[in-house]
Design a protein around this ligand. Structure first.
Ligand code: HEC
Length: 253
């Protein structure tokens, strides 16, 4: 019985851990690995805005291009800024030791980040930076308090203000005002507009996290296709197994 309880706890603990967000409400998003246009926009944003600091060491440029329906030459021309070849991994030049000195923590590799945090967490995190002059980069984050990362998408999103205490944050709900396109009712509101509207920015971040979700599980579509074939096989195999069982048990009864 004791073993049974230990097994149950071992199954449940990772589920709780991966769903944890420090109590803050997370906006949900559904990644869509079939949406090539979204994945391509996401890769562009990732390469332009994230790879200054974060690597994706387990992802190769050409594999990504092939999987998301982008011609490899076009990708190499527009999305490789270093001296890498298109068959190489998406590494960066910033040394981890220096990065740790500059930011307090080295920016982690993001290839498997969606596996670690989940899409919803990253989607909410990237949209939840707010102005906080007490922090070294002038920004804080409601999902990741006292984060060491600057708000690299501020030019697109604009500057946000936070009106809530941590307890209020846990229950925040917001919606977009159809007239102004600005967020209303939530803890975070835009105080200085960026180059994109709230809806456009949400879409940019959606595409970015969609691409990160692809990197975290590049064979998702293949797995689903194989899973489907396996189920068909099992359904056909079941008929033969059932007939065989009947044959064996015929003489027993
Ligand atoms: C100027 C450097 C810099 C850039 C550019 C940058 N980040 Fe970061 N990022 C950091 C640092 C530093 C941390 C570590 C923060 C900490 O642990 O306090 C971090 C942390 C993160 C985390 C949380 C990691 C974890 O699980 O603890 C995510 C997710 C993330 N970054 C995503 C992104 C994305 C997506 C982009 C591109 C839009 C991006 N970052 C651009 C510096 C950067």
């Amino acid at each position: 019985m004791k073993k049974f309880f230990i097994a149950i706890i071992m199954v449940l603990v990772p589920m709780v851990a991966s769903a944890s967000s420090g109590g803050v409400h997370l906006d949900s998003m559904d990644a869509d690995p079939t949406n090539h246009a979204s994945l391509q926009r996401g890769m562009k944003t990732f390469v332009n805005h994230c790879m200054g600091c974060h690597s994706a060491n387990y992802q190769r440029f050409d594999r990504a291009a092939n999987d998301i329906g982008m011609p490899v030459e076009l990708m190499a021309e527009n999305l490789i800024f270093g001296d890498q070849k298109s068959g190489e991994q998406m590494t960066i030049a910033m040394p981890q030791v220096d990065a740790a000195k500059w930011f307090g923590t080295a920016p982690p590799d993001l290839t498997l980040e969606t596996r670690l945090r989940g899409e919803d967490w990253i989607y909410t995190y990237l949209r939840s930076f707010y102005k906080d002059p007490a922090r070294p980069w002038g920004v804080n984050n409601t999902v990741f308090p006292d984060v060491g990362m600057p708000n690299v998408l501020e030019g697109l999103q604009g500057v946000q203000m936070n009106h809530c205490s941590p307890e209020e944050l846990a229950h925040q709900k917001s919606e977009i005002d159809p007239l102004t396109g600005l967020q209303i009712g939530g803890c975070l509101t835009i105080s200085e507009k960026g180059s994109q509207s709230v809806e456009e920015f949400d879409k940019t971040v959606y595409d970015l996290v969609n691409f990160m979700s692809y990197m975290g599980n590049p064979v998702k579509l293949e797995s689903q296709a194989i899973g489907f074939k396996v189920l068909i096989f099992l359904a056909i195999f079941f008929v033969f197994a059932f007939l065989l069982k009947k044959e064996y048990w015929k003489d027993v009864h």
